[in-house]
Design a protein around this ligand. Structure first.
Ligand SMILES: [Mg+2]
Ligand SMILES: [Zn+2]
Length: 187
């Protein structure tokens, strides 16, 4: 049976988005994130981070700095009893990045490339999966990848919520969905 995923955008969903966060001292976790990931672990969802990191392409920090920061984040989750299963990141930017990082790639959201890679790597049930993001580009990427439940977190303007997405003001508003038992189809 295919596995369900909880896809999480990083900046603005897991940590406060101060812009190009890549150091532990700049990382402020968002209320509810540890409980959310714990619950997703318990209910069998693969927890997958999908994050645009054009700061790498722009030369603000390196791939190695990004990787070591993500390792630190992962370790913090483990200390809270929670596991992040995978991290996918896009280091590119179509015009602001340097050298080989400057390209119109298939992975930068709103393109669905990171979701597609996760689906193939982990054999995911996309219609049963959940995405939480804080930008319209997250919602578009999720929709294009076929993610069944897309939540726009912390949006000030409810009119900004695209069709097919739901607005949430707190991460734990998705708790009932994570706990929901799949409908049993009677033969
Ligand atoms: Mg974000
Ligand atoms: Zn990319």
């Amino acid at each position: 049976m295919k596995r369900k995923a909880l896809f999480l955008d990083r900046d603005g969903v897991m940590n406060v988005d101060f812009g190009y966060v890549h150091q532990p001292e700049r990382c402020v976790f968002i209320a509810g994130i540890f409980d959310l990931v714990c619950l997703a672990n318990e209910t069998g969802y693969a927890v997958i981070v999908v994050t645009n990191q054009a700061g790498i392409g722009r030369g603000y920090y390196s791939e190695a700095q990004f990787a070591s920061f993500m390792q630190w984040m992962s370790d913090r989750f483990v200390k809270e009893g929670a596991t992040i299963d995978r991290v996918y990141h896009c280091p590119h930017h179509p015009d602001a990045a340097l050298g080989a990082y400057r390209k119109s790639c298939l992975c930068r959201k709103p393109s669905p490339g990171m979701f597609d890679a996760a689906r193939q790597d982990l054999d995911l049930d996309m219609p049963a999966s959940i995405l939480i993001g804080d930008k319209r580009s997250d919602m578009e990427a999720g929709r294009r990848a076929g993610v069944g439940h897309c939540f726009l977190f912390g949006s000030k303007e409810k009119s900004e919520v695209p069709n097919g997405a739901l607005a949430i003001d707190a991460l734990l508003e998705v708790t009932p969905l994570l706990k929901a038992k799949p409908a049993i189809i009677q033969a």
